[in-house]
Write a protein that binds this ligand. Structure first.
Ligand code: SD4
Length: 333
């Protein structure tokens, strides 16, 4: 399996050679496209593309992409390799949504490898949208998902080292991503897809903020905060400090701005600026990132700080990785 670091280095090499990948504005007419947050989005896109390329649905595609990331043993921020909360417990958040408004989510789920698939079962097999904690785990087991201990020795070791500092000061993406030598801090996988029939879907999956309080839930499983999809308009997903996304109903905001006529890039920018206006001081230290795709397949992104990269995949480009524009452009912001 190619590691996320390899993907990132590949993109940096391209950029260094003066041939940074270019994004086609929209896929070929009637074409499918999938976009994902961060460098590991390249691998997730490839898993999703296998579904789209075979004529599958956007929903199946985003689930396949999210499952790829949840299984990835190199990713300390999503799925089985995620860092635990401050009590040493790994809890996972995920959501999935179709463009017709159907959606499902799980939060603070323990011991289950594929939270995105449990979220899909919530959508398809219950009258509800979200299950949390022990109830989500119980439902998953009833549905045939096998419970297993997920915390890796590396994540446990990292938690033990963190505990020595005994300081509860959660930060997200404080160490900027996207340059060689940057250390992974925290990222979430958000995927948005449009299939050959023009149906849209999205998924979002994460282990949440490392060393979070036990029971803390981020934006990723909250429909309208970390993910929102509407076939009439388009789709949006978020990564970064989930509390800001929740305060601003951010993914929904991005979609509504597109409904009012903004391009995906403009909508992401306005949502980011809203976060800054609400909390100007806090916004200097935390990261907030948006990725959107409208119903024609046009893609846009924006972040508070530099370093947010996103991956685009369609019939003409399989592993395009682009860096988003940002409010603050200096490392010292
Ligand atoms: C959360 N939004 O749990 C997630 C974390 C994240 O980049 O996306 N980090 O708040």
């Amino acid at each position: 399996m190619t590691s996320r670091r390899d993907f990132l280095q590949a993109s940096l090499l391209l950029a260094g050679a003066g041939s940074a990948p270019r994004l086609l504005a929209t896929p070929a007419a009637g074409g499918a496209r999938v976009v994902s947050t961060w460098d590991f989005g390249v691998g997730a896109n490839q898993a999703a593309w296998q579904v789209l390329d075979a004529g599958g649905t956007a929903l199946d595609a985003v689930e396949a992409g999210a499952r790829w990331a949840e299984s990835d043993l190199c990713n300390p921020t999503v799925g089985r390799c995620g860092n635990p909360d401050r009590d040493g417990v790994l809890t996972l958040d995920a959501s999935i949504m179709q463009g017709d408004g159907r959606c499902g989510a799980v939060a603070a789920l323990r011991d289950i490898l594929h939270p995105v698939s449990v979220a899909r079962r919530v959508m398809e097999r219950t009258p509800h949208v979200m299950l949390v904690g022990e109830g989500a785990r119980q439902f998953a087991v009833e549905q045939g998902f096998e419970p297993r201990r997920l915390l890796t020795p590396a994540a446990e070791q990292a938690w033990r080292e963190w505990r020595e500092t005994e300081r509860y000061a959660p930060q997200i993406n404080a160490e900027r991503r996207g340059r060689p030598g940057d250390k992974d801090n925290h990222d979430t996988l958000g995927l948005l897809a449009i299939d050959a029939q023009g149906r849209m879907a999205g998924a979002c999956t994460t282990s949440g903020m490392a060393w979070k309080m036990h029971g803390r839930v981020g934006d990723s499983p909250i429909i309208g905060a970390g993910l929102y999809v509407d076939d009439e308009v388009g789709a949006a997903t978020a990564s970064g400090m989930g509390e800001e996304m929740m305060r601003n109903a951010a993914a929904f905001l991005v979609v509504e701005l597109m409904r009012q006529g903004r391009s995906p890039a403009q909508a992401c920018r306005e949502a980011t600026e809203r976060v800054v206006r609400k909390r100007p001081e806090a916004s200097r230290t935390l990261q907030v990132c948006f990725l959107a795709m409208d119903r024609t397949g046009e893609v846009g992104a924006y972040a508070l700080h530099r370093g947010f990269v996103y991956a685009v995949c369609d019939a003409a480009q399989r592993d395009t990785l682009l860096e988003s524009a940002s409010v603050y452009t200096s490392e010292q912001a």
